[in-house]
Ligand binder design. Structure first.
Ligand SMILES: NC(=O)c1ccc[n+]([C@@H]2O[C@H](COP(=O)([O-])OP(=O)(O)OC[C@H]3O[C@@H](n4cnc5c(N)ncnc54)[C@H](OP(=O)(O)O)[C@@H]3O)[C@@H](O)[C@H]2O)c1
Length: 291
């Protein structure tokens, strides 16, 4: 399978490096200074705060082109529109592997509905100059799968092929028949959590502010209750019933964990993070109004 990873930020670079190291025919699409840096030294990876930096010579391109069997889009939600324009005239399936709460319709309207697959990445990391500092691999993180699905939920051969391709590259992945609901459920948590964290001055500061965590949980409950379908995974519905006395300590522990240190909540580009959350919040608002 000829693969193009579109977007050479934290997760696009990590995925392209994993696929390249596993022997796949993969190219990484980058722009601006990132493109120049990748051409100079390839993808640079470091686990957590480790000073050892690994170099992976992934082929890099500046423009998409025909001939890829699968284009994997790994940009931010607010950066998707120009990407759609640039892949519209090409062939090949397109897997949108990023935060997104607007469903497949606006994507398919530009590139062709039959080409769209939805998904969500599993890893975490931050950018440290040109180096991707990724979440250390542990027993649990190694098993958290990339979620991939057909927008209408049907069980397709192409999703099966992509899941197998990831797994043979040592990347945990699974087919999710309710991927649209999964992505919307995810946004009901990440938007209030990310915005509360930014308003507090970062995850550690939010962990010290139980009132702000309660306010954030109130927003999560409102958005979960407003979803047009039951939450996916269903376990998240517990947030609707568990009291703050139980949830606030859990959230505080999470905010202080190493998972958060190497995640979007600790992004070194807060403006980009904020713009993505605002786009997701808009998508949720449109969804609410449509009900
Ligand atoms: N990082 C994490 O820990 C994490 C964890 C779970 C989920 N996610 C989600 O995964 C998605 C990707 O996250 P990320 O952390 O990889 O984001 P990121 O580091 O901001 O990477 C996005 C990359 O896409 C590039 N890009 C955007 N538009 C482009 C275009 N038109 N042409 C070429 N390149 C373009 C950006 O370039 P510029 O820098 O030039 O804009 C940037 O390099 C997001 O939805 C995020 O919420 C992230």
């Amino acid at each position: 399978m000829r693969l193009l990873v579109y977007g050479a930020g934290v997760l696009g670079s990590l995925l392209a490096a994993d696929l390249h190291e596993a022997g796949h025919d993969v190219a990484l699409l980058a722009r601006g200074e990132r493109l120049a840096a990748l051409r100079r030294h390839g993808v640079l990876l470091a686990e957590g705060h480790n000073s050892v930096v690994r170099r992976v010579p992934v082929p890099v391109v500046a423009d998409p082109a025909d001939g890829y069997d699968l284009i994997i889009v790994m940009v931010r939600a607010h950066q998707v529109d120009p990407v759609l324009q640039s892949v519209a005239g090409l062939d090949g399936d397109v897997l949108f592997l990023h935060a997104w709460a607007a469903g497949a319709e606006p994507l398919g309207a530009v590139i062709g509905h039959e080409r769209v697959l939805l998904g969500f990445p599993a890893r975490g990391g931050t950018m440290d100059g040109d180096v991707i500092r990724h979440r250390p691999h542990g027993f649990v993180t190694r098993r958290v799968p990339i979620q991939i699905g057909e927008p209408d939920g049907h069980d397709s051969a192409r999703v099966g092929r992509i899941v197998r391709m990831f797994r043979t590259a040592g990347i945990s992945a699974r087919a999710e028949p309710r991927i649209d609901a999964w992505l919307r459920t995810h946004a009901t948590v990440t938007v209030p959590l990310g915005q509360a964290s930014a308003a507090a001055g970062g995850p550690a500061a939010l962990a010290r502010d139980p009132d702000a965590i309660r306010g954030m949980l109130h927003r999560v409950r409102r958005d979960l209750a407003d979803l047009p379908t039951p939450p996916v995974p269903r376990g998240l519905a517990a947030v609707l019933t568990l009291p703050d006395g139980v949830l606030v300590p859990v959230v505080r522990r999470f905010l202080r964990s190493s998972t958060v240190t190497h995640s979007g909540l600790s992004s070194t580009s807060p403006a980009t993070e904020a713009a993505e959350l605002e786009r997701l919040a808009d998508q949720m608002r449109i969804l609410r109004r449509a009900r």
